[in-house]
Every structure is written in C-alpha cells, then in structure tokens.
Design a binder for this molecule. Structure first.
Ligand code: S3P
Length: 425
C-alpha cells in the first residue's frame, strides 16, 4: 500500500516520456525495413521492451546508441522463426500488431502475455486475419492468448471494422502490405492513425480516402530516422492535474499532437478549460507544447465519433467529473471494458470509494460533482497503469488516501512521481 501527502498547486514546465504507440510502431516498422533505422527518444517501458524482445526473437538487432537504438534488419521477408514463445507481457499493442505482422510469414509463432493480457480479446484480430486466410488458433475458441500462428497462404480482401480499434486496423494493414494484391480496410469510426502516418514515412504507398484505407501488396519499407515525440496520453495526467488543483499552471513540452489523439483537449475546452497549444515542428508526426491553467469545468455529455480519439483519457475525465459544476456523462465507450482493466468498473469503484455519486452503464458512466469526500476507503489500481496514475492524483488532492498498489505505472510512465513532484509548490 502507498499514500501521498496533500498538495495545493502545480507550477512549472515538464516533459513527458516518449509516446508508447509511436515507439511500438517505430520498432516494428524499423524491423520490417531492410537496412539500418534509427529510433531516437523511444519510450523504454515494460510494454515497449516486450515489442523489442519479440522482434529480437525474429533476428532483428537492436544496438544501443545515444538516446535511442539503431535497428538493424534484413527486412520482414527475412524474419527468423523464433526459437521460443513470444511474451507480449501487458501490451495489447504488441500482441495485436505482431499477430498481424507475423500471420503472412509462413512460419510458426506462439504469442502469450501476462494474466491481464491473457484475458483481453484477441478474436478481434484473429477474425479479420482468418478472413484473409491466416491460420491462427487461440485459447478459449480463438478468443484469447496464448495463440499459435501456423504457416498459411493469405490473400488480400476487403475488411470492414467491427470494433473501434487502431490495433485491429494496424494488424490488418501490417499483414496486407505483405500480400500479393490490394487489401482494403474500412473503419466505422476514425481511430488513431500512427500506423498509416508512419508507414508513409517509411515509403509505403497507402491510399486513404475518408475511412477507407487501400493497402497495395508486396510493399517494401525503407530504413528511416525517427524521433519519438512525448506521449499525449501521458501529458493528459498533467493537464488533468492542472484542472484539479486550483491556481495551477503547467507547460508541457514536446508532446505528440496528432489530431487523432488530442480530442481530450477539445473536450476539455468545450467544458471550459483554459488550454492552448503551440505547434513547433512537423516531421512525421505533429509535435508541440501544451499550456494549461486551472479553470472551472461545466460538465455535460460526451459520446459519438470523438470516443476512440479520447479512449485512453476517459478514465481521467471520469475523475475530473468530480470537480465539474454539473454531472459529466460519457457514453459509447464500451471499449474501455477490455483495456488493461475493465476501466469503466475500475473508475466507478474508485469514485464510490471517494463517496461520489456515479451511474454505471455498459458503455460508460455519469459522474456527479463531489459534495464531501469519504476518507475511510482505499483506492484500487487493478494492475492498470492509467488507473494507478489517476489514483496518485486523487491521493495528492485529498491527502493521505491509501492506494493498494502503483507498480503498474512502469507500463507507460516509469518516473511519473518524480516528474510530478518537480511541479509541486
Ligand atoms: C493503441 C490503441 C488503443 C489504445 C492503446 C494503444 C495503439 O487501443 O487504447 O492504449 O497503440 O494502437 P485500441 O486500438 O484497441 O482501442
């Protein structure tokens, strides 16, 4: 168990660790290219190490250089068959993207993960890849890890998304670009587009029109230089903190501002938050600074097409609901039930512990402004990094609140507490 002393406000400048989604993709795409790529400022965390280890098992070399890695590969067509099973640890991105990448390789792969990942749905990638002719068998009727990929002859086809998931989209694209003909992926709702943006940067030809992505077959990736920007989803904890602690002002520097990720800013501005961004450079992904000043939030209802864009920030929004003038309702977020924990029930649990009124729905929740905090309970992190970081904010807001465990922050933001404490005044 851990606890934190109450703090009053936050002031100053901070940088956040590198983007998790972009780091995974930097390693994967560099490994797919034939030659030497450079990945500067990657996120080194439990999740991204799982991706590195998986690629090393296929014969890709990672050489440590200053502030990053040189990735040396003979290209995806020359991957080795791993000698052992691949452990994706806690990382859904590793498991799903690599299932797509490996499935057309005509080799034998076994993927597994930790207890949390073994419960998360893999059917969502097994189904579309099977339609493309992949031979993949997972536990529990092809729903879960461990799964086995067997050699098979895959063919290009048109896949229409059934879930709002960038991981599923990415799995299909990574498989599709290795096939003979053109694969088409149609998204129901736009999800984060790092895979598409970065593949183009690696020289891959993709034809994207609205929600339809055409992936020509037999594509070659050219080795590239990547500098990973800060993770917007990690910056969200500082944005949220500035809005929770009165009189706070924080400047968050060098954050990735890809518009398919920054819906949290739009939502907060609509609620009345004082946030401004300045974009400084635009290489392969947009990057800039975020300035946020404490403001009063109104409350309201959030649902529809914005949901996939803010999916990782919704638990934090739930907590900000406590400090709004009116209730805050979030709907259409059923995907939260299959994240590192069931994030709807994790947040609802902790809101109850605090003594808040909250309504739970299958696809979201409605949080009412907090009248009086109940100090007797213990916040639970459910082995989920984002829930653990939210609990740290709550413990610091209300003072000496017990949290069962915060070890999981290693997954995306290992030095969260140290960076946070530099801002405390
Ligand atoms: C991710 C996509 C999202 C997100 C996850 C990372 C990615 O998952 O929640 O943290 O890197 O593609 P889904 O695509 O399954 O919604």
């Amino acid at each position: 168990m851990v606890t934190f002393e109450k703090i009053k406000k936050l002031k100053g400048e901070v940088e956040v660790p590198a983007d998790k989604s972009i780091t995974h993709r930097s390693f994967i795409l560099s490994a797919m290219a034939n030659g030497e790529s450079i990945v500067k400022n990657p996120l080194i965390s439990r999740d991204t190490k799982a991706t590195v280890n998986a690629l090393k098992a296929c014969g890709v070399q990672f050489e440590k250089i200053e502030d990053g890695f040189k990735v040396i590969s003979k290209g995806y067509e020359n991957f080795h068959e791993p000698l052992d099973i691949i452990n994706c640890e806690n990382s859904g991105t590793t498991a799903r993207l690599l299932t797509g990448l490996f499935s057309p390789m005509k080799k034998y792969f076994v993927l597994t993960g930790d207890n949390s990942l073994k419960k998360r749905p893999m059917g969502r990638v097994i189904e579309p890849l099977s339609k493309m002719g992949a031979s993949i068998y997972g536990r529990k009727g092809n729903k879960n890890l461990p799964l086995t990929i067997l050699p098979s002859k895959m063919h290009a086809t048109k896949i229409e998304s059934t879930v709002k998931s960038a991981q599923v989209k990415s799995a299909v694209i990574l498989a599709g670009l290795q096939l003979d003909e053109e694969t088409i992926y149609v998204e129901r709702v736009k999800t984060r587009n790092h895979t598409e943006v970065m593949l183009k940067y690696f020289g891959v030809n993709l034809d994207i029109f609205h929600n339809e992505i055409k992936v020509p077959g037999r594509q070659i990736l050219k080795p590239s230089f990547i500098e990973v920007p800060g993770d917007f989803s990690s910056s969200a904890f500082f944005i949220g903190a500035a809005l929770m602690f009165e009189n706070s002002e924080i400047l968050i520097k060098n954050v990735g501002l890809n518009p398919t990720r920054t819906g949290f800013i739009k939502v907060l501005k609509d609620l009345g938050a004082d946030i401004s961004i300045s974009i400084h450079n635009n290489t392969f992904e947009i990057k800039g600074d975020i300035f946020v000043r404490h403001s009063n939030l109104k409350g309201g209802r959030i649902d529809g097409e914005i949901i996939p864009n803010i999916i990782d920030e919704i638990p934090l929004l739930g907590i900000l609901g406590l400090f709004c003038e009116n209730p805050l309702e979030i709907r259409g977020a059923e995907e939260l039930r299959v994240k590192e924990s069931d994030r709807i029930s994790s947040i609802v649990h902790n809101l109850h512990v605090l003594g808040a009124k909250v309504d739970e729905y299958e696809d979201g929740f409605k949080v009412y402004p907090l009248d009086k905090v109940n100090r007797n309970g213990m916040l639970k992190s459910f082995d989920d990094h984002r829930i653990a970081m939210i609990n740290i904010l709550l413990a610091k807001k209300f003072g000496n609140f017990l949290i069962d465990s915060i070890e999981s922050i290693d997954v995306s933001f290992p030095d969260f507490i140290e960076r946070f404490e530099l801002l405390e005044v």
